[in-house]
Design a protein around this ligand. Sequence first.
Ligand SMILES: [Fe+2]
Length: 284
Amino acid sequence: MIDLKDVVYCRLGTRDLAGAEWFATNVLGLEVAERRRGTIYFKSDDRAQTLCYFEGDPEDQATAFELGRKADLDQVAATLEDLGHEVHVGTTDECDMRMVRAFISFRDPTGNRIEFVVGPEMTGTRYHGNRDAGITGFSHVGLCTTNAERDEAFWTQVCNARVSDRIGDAPLLRLGTIHHSLALFPFKKAGIQHINHQVASTDDIQRAFNFVRDNQIDVTFGPGAHPTSSAHFLYFTGPDGMTYEYSTGVCEIHDEPLWRDRQFHAEPRGFCHWGAKPNIAAFS
Ligand SMILES: [Fe+2]
């Protein structure tokens, strides 16, 4: 079984790098960690980078997961190849571009570009955003799935993810104790469905709601409260139509052997028990 520890970063292509930087710093509240030709790295916690925009096709997206301590990259690559996945081993330059010691890249069964990395760089410097968004860190990613049952089997049987809850067919998957680090939402094609950053409190969610609305940013869901993870949330639209989420108060699961995944409805009340309704394609 492939031992995954956490989600580490997303890489997103964009035709408008300057626009993406404006959004990431002035709206989302991230910090520019580093600039290289055609690429900007953003920091949201102690890690060297947790989001990267690069000049390219907006459909060119990747999500990275850190392998657990015991995982052997060669063995992981062999496991994936045996299952029919085409695996690319990151070159020295590609590792440098990702600020990791080593990585492999492949597509999940839906076709999402996934990177399994070893040794993502940490920094000794604290994150401080351009605006006081209250961000405490990059926390989870929603991926589109064209077959939720098949992809859930990949993440839970080939990898070590566990189902915390389901909304309709969409599994919310944990890698550690946090309720979910990855969620799979049925959709017609591959892609990153949303990118989540945690904020410190519900005050930050409410402040963000007014702030993004006042800046003509499209609020697509919330403020609301997830009945699954108990988190309070706000979803809004970023560059190239990407959905970003702030949330706070996500629960942790410590009673691992006792926890049983719960089934929630694939309708607004399954996503929010405050009555907010999503205007997000993969949530409808
Ligand atoms: Fe989320």
